[in-house]
Design a protein around this ligand. Structure first.
Ligand code: CA
Length: 237
């Protein structure tokens, strides 16, 4: 295994599940470290550099959601959740946590490893995209400015705190104002392996984006819903 292969932190309190994940990741050329507790995972993250974290929602000390929030205080590292409950998915992908992906238990470790690969590809693609020597000029539209170098967006001069997926979704809308995109097209723009994501996930991210835009300006909502079609960015009601 190469010294510089990506390193994954697994936070899972069931050793047999964790062993299967470690094995599947190893087959795909990833290094991994396994922690049984959220507190020990936090300690690891602060002393070692990782490329991605896999977090089981049900942990015995601090639950996975709280662990995610604590990680977000100091790191933007991609996060995949393991959950046994479908009703947790909105929360996982939504405004509050903004994780990159999730896998529902029971799951195939190979499938999980495929997701890990897809996310890391997306991150490295974003890094090459944000290479200043290749970057386009900033795009400004309807009060939005996309700074591609920093992969950030300001709205009415305020910087939006966006998750990676929200950034790609909103960029797509800003670069093509008044164009109605179907959920599927938006998924293609923001996800590396859209076939694994639910169209409903687009709705969840759009909901998160709207809440963030509303915090900047309560008067007007620029993201419009087109029933049965999708979403667009509009300047007026
Ligand atoms: Ca558990």
């Amino acid at each position: 295994m190469q010294q510089d292969s990506p390193k994954i932190l697994i936070v899972e309190d069931e050793p047999s599940i964790a062993d299967n994940i470690v094995f599947a990741l190893q087959l795909d050329g990833f290094h991994s470290e396994h922690q049984l507790l959220a507190t020990s995972a936090l300690a690891s993250l602060q002393s070692t550099t990782f490329d991605l974290v896999i977090i089981d929602v049900g942990l015995p000390d601090i639950n996975g959601f709280e662990l995610c929030k604590q990680i977000r205080n100091f790191s933007n590292i991609p996060i995949i959740f393991l959950t046994a409950r479908a009703d947790e998915i909105d929360r996982i992908l939504g405004l509050e946590l903004g994780a990159d992906d999730y896998v529902t238990k029971p799951f195939s470790p190979r499938e999980l490893s495929t997701r890990v690969k897809a996310i890391l590809r997306r991150v490295s693609r974003k890094e090459s995209r944000t290479d200043p020597s290749h970057s386009n000029n900033d795009t400004s539209q309807y009060g939005f400015t996309i700074d591609k170098e920093k992969a950030s967006i300001t709205y009415l001069s305020q910087k939006l705190e966006l998750t990676r997926i929200e950034y790609f979704l909103l960029s797509k809308l800003i670069e093509n104002p008044q164009h109605v995109f179907s959920r599927e097209q938006l998924m293609q723009a923001a996800w590396d392996n859209p076939e694994h994501s639910l169209e409903r996930a687009v709705d969840t991210h759009i909901k998160g984006l709207r809440a963030k835009l509303k915090q900047v300006s309560n008067n007007f909502q620029p993201i419009k819903t087109h029933r049965g079609l999708g979403y667009s960015l509009e300047l007026s009601e």
